[in-house]
Design a binder for this molecule. Structure first.
Ligand code: ADP
Length: 256
């Protein structure tokens, strides 16, 4: 518990610090991106110029993604909490991921039926899931299968005996896995084994913080050489009044 308190205080301090910096950077990069996009449109038809502007855009976009991650991470306080459909969210992320992952990564899914909604911040949960998918990919440099699943699960922690079902959103890979030491530190802010410029060490810390704020938990199962399963588990959103059909299929075709 002391270790956890220390971890929380560390997170808080880092959060405040990075929040301020990330915010300024984000504004600056938005301006840079805007100017570059305009420039790109007015460029004379010169392939060399186009390539230069393109690489500047890619760099600025990377910077913007990083600052957004930092911001999301430091703004853990004000989540936009709503009832979220885990299967629909996972399916959406899957579509996105399938567009940018290398073809040697095979994406598969396992979605159980009748998965209830959960209370969390949908955007943050998307970022969290994306983080897990990227980590799974990074663990399989030679390619392999990433399974994204949603299923019912056991409640986490104590004081969870309010009768609500629990939901698990997990990402399983067949990558290099983690040894005990890595596993222990995996969720610590800025812990990374990926080297400078590659990892920020904020991915799992962010997922961990989001799960705590959603009243859930982060579970990691991993063994060196035997792959990793990272699970985000949370309680279902309390069901609103009115008749609830018992056998509703996973997702309505068009919500709302
Ligand atoms: P980053 O991805 O920037 O390193 P994370 O917080 O997401 O930061 O992950 C921290 C560390 O945990 C990684 O550097 C890696 O060593 C380990 N890790 C996370 N996910 C996996 C995975 N799916 N397989 C193996 N190792 C992992």
């Amino acid at each position: 518990a002391r270790e956890e308190l220390f971890q929380a205080q560390k997170l808080e301090a880092i959060g405040q610090m990075t929040g301020g910096i990330a915010h300024d950077f984000n504004n600056l990069l938005t301006a840079v991106l805007g100017s570059l996009t305009l420039l790109q449109k007015r460029l004379p038809p010169d392939p060399e110029c186009e390539a230069l502007v393109k690489s500047a855009l890619v760099g600025a976009e990377r910077g913007a993604t990083l600052t957004r991650r930092l911001l999301a991470f430091s703004r853990r306080q004000d989540l936009d909490v709503k009832a979220v459909k885990p299967v629909a969210l996972a399916a959406g992320m899957l579509e996105l991921a399938s567009r940018f992952l290398d073809p040697d990564i095979e994406l598969t899914t396992a979605f159980e039926e009748n998965i209830p909604e959960v209370l969390t911040d949908a955007n943050q949960l998307e970022m969290a899931l994306l983080n897990l998918i990227m980590n799974a990919r990074d663990a399989m440099p030679k390619g392999g299968e990433i399974l994204i699943g949603v299923r019912h699960c056991e409640p986490a922690g104590e004081a969870q005996d309010n009768g609500l079902p629990w939901v698990e959103l997990y990402v399983r890979d067949e990558g290099h896995g983690m040894d005990e030491k890595t596993l222990e530190q995996a969720t610590a802010p800025f812990f990374t084994t990926k080297g400078i410029g590659k990892g920020t060490g904020l991915g799992l810390a962010m997922v961990h913080a989001l799960m705590e704020q959603s009243g859930g938990a982060l579970r990691i199962l991993s063994k060196p050489g035997a792959g990793t399963t990272v699970s985000m588990v949370f309680p279902a959103a309390p069901v609103a009044e009115g008749p609830q059909p018992e056998t509703e299929t996973a997702e309505p075709a068009m919500p709302d």
